[in-house]
Design a protein around this ligand. Structure first.
Ligand code: GRF
Length: 205
């Protein structure tokens, strides 16, 4: 069984969903710890209530991204973490972490990348930008994490019709439903199967 760590900054619905999938035997993995930068995160509360070890690590209390990365690496090593799952984690992943966990960090983005991604494109900002663009379709992207925001190899995508959505909130709701449907599926594939990366795409062998 693969040992994972969840990194989350907010509400934590993707984290909760992954945890439930594991508990019901649909996802063959273990969550060894939850790391957050936000002491008020719903994800933190959920982890505490479910006896998952938690760590609050605040990047701005370290002198540099490298030192922040070292602190994270220490926790990950201590917990024998093989894969890192980002679930609404809002901080930039330091380069010493992407180097050590190359192609073993996964993220979910609430739009069809490479559109509506990049720095500042998170949460409501994404859905508002989609609405403003006039797009009739949005979706979800699961991707591996490298040093470029939202540019890592794509693992899985699913589109959703948003032609009936007239607010960012309405789009968010539709997209979140898809997120919960595909994140654990994508994770299971990554953990179970060998893959290669071609043209910035994860190809399962
Ligand atoms: C999700 O929309 C996810 O795609 C994005 O951040 C949001 C986190 O939501 N990366 P939650 O905290 O998992 O509920």
């Amino acid at each position: 069984m693969t040992n994972t760590a969840i990194l989350a900054s907010g509400r934590g619905s993707n984290f909760m969903n992954i945890h439930q999938q594991i508990k019901s035997g649909k996802l063959n993995a273990a969550i060894s710890c939850l790391i957050t930068d936000n002491p008020m995160a719903g994800a933190l509360k959920y982890a505490q209530e479910n006896d998952i070890p938690t760590y609050i690590v605040r990047p701005n209390t370290f002198g540099s991204p490298r030192k922040f990365g070292e602190a994270l690496l220490h926790i990950l090593e201590e917990n024998q973490v093989e894969w890192i799952i980002l679930a609404g984690y809002l901080k930039k992943i330091p380069e010493n972490l992407t180097a050590k966990y190359s192609n073993r960090i996964v993220n979910i983005h609430p739009a069809l990348l490479p559109a509506f991604g990049g720095k500042g494109m998170y949460g409501r900002h994404v859905h508002q930008a989609v609405l403003n663009s006039g797009a009739q379709v949005s979706g979800v992207t699961v991707h591996l994490v490298n040093n470029d925001y939202d540019r890592g190899p794509v693992v899985m995508q699913q589109a959703v019709d948003i032609s009936e959505c007239h607010s960012a909130e309405a789009i968010a709701e539709k997209v979140l439903e898809i997120e919960h449907r595909i994140y654990s599926k994508a994770l299971q594939r990554l953990l179970d199967r060998k893959f290669e990366i071609k043209n910035n795409r994860v190809i399962f062998l």
